[in-house]
Design a protein around this ligand. Structure first.
Ligand SMILES: CC(C)(COP(=O)(O)OP(=O)(O)OC[C@H]1O[C@@H](n2cnc3c(N)ncnc32)[C@H](O)[C@@H]1OP(=O)(O)O)[C@@H](O)C(=O)NCCC(=O)NCCS
Length: 218
């Protein structure tokens, strides 16, 4: 989707930025991990195929992707953006006849960043963006039956079980956007701010801090 190509979503500990070609090599490295392939039900791609995938995520109208960056690190212009990457989050519009239905995917690829609240923060931010910018009214997520962490996390956002496939060893959870969910999101992601990605990126390239944060030490 092109709607988010100049969008930066600022959270408490993360910033979400559009998936660009410069992110592909690191992303490709992540997806070489058998663990991540299993947890995300993904097939390994060649670097070339990964660049094609990045292009299709940018151009196809049914996919919206953000790369998750470590906010503190990104605020420091000494770190190249690729070195601030932590994971990714996607929305797929799975039903051409119903653009209000979305499948959600999230990956905190860097293992040392897991279990610190980032998954919850990013999921809330992406749901908020999906509801407010893309008009999503129902989210679904497919998770491996053994992925207890992910199942527990989505249940915190009111997702409940829709179906289980023993063949694929996968559960589908879903949630309809209602007042209770919106109130929950309002409280959990009240810190989220939308900014212009390119403008902040230009500050970094000029060696300027891109977010108003504490002192920077290279
Ligand atoms: C699943 C994933 C996104 C969760 O993100 P995270 O940053 O590790 O999780 P958080 O720290 O935000 O915790 C969110 C919830 O997950 C559960 N959780 C987190 N770590 C856990 C652990 N070690 N054991 C059990 N539950 C755990 C808790 O319910 C937690 O909520 P709480 O802190 O309010 O109790 C992340 O672990 C990940 O990307 N894993 C690999 C890829 C993947 O499995 N993606 C999901 C497929 S859709």
């Amino acid at each position: 989707m092109r709607i988010n190509e100049n969008t930066l979503l600022e959270g408490k500990n993360v910033v979400l930025v559009p998936y660009n070609p410069e992110h592909v090599p690191r992303y490709h490295q992540w997806m070489a991990s058998p663990d991540l392939q299993k947890l995300t039900a993904s097939e390994p791609l060649t670097l070339e195929e990964e660049y094609d995938m990045q292009r299709s995520w940018r151009e196809d109208n049914d996919k919206c992707t953000f790369i998750i960056l470590d906010k503190q690190r990104w605020a420091n212009p000494c770190f190249p953006e690729e070195e601030c990457m932590v994971g990714d989050v996607n929305i797929f519009l799975t039903d051409p006849s119903d653009p209000s239905l979305a499948e959600l995917e999230i990956m905190i690829a860097e293992t040392n960043y897991r279990g610190k609240g980032l998954g919850k923060e990013v999921t809330g931010m992406m749901m908020c963006y999906g509801i407010n910018k893309l008009g999503i009214r129902k989210f679904e997520v497919k998770i491996g039956l053994d992925n207890k962490v992910s199942i527990a996390m989505f249940k915190k956002f009111h997702f409940y079980e829709l179906s289980v496939s023993e063949v694929f060893r996968e559960v589908t959870l879903g949630v309809t956007v209602n007042q209770a969910l919106q109130e929950h999101l309002l409280v959990t992601v009240d810190f989220m701010q939308e900014r212009e990605y390119q403008k902040l990126k230009d500050c970094r390239h000029g060696g300027q801090p891109s977010l108003p944060m504490q002192a920077y030490h290279c």
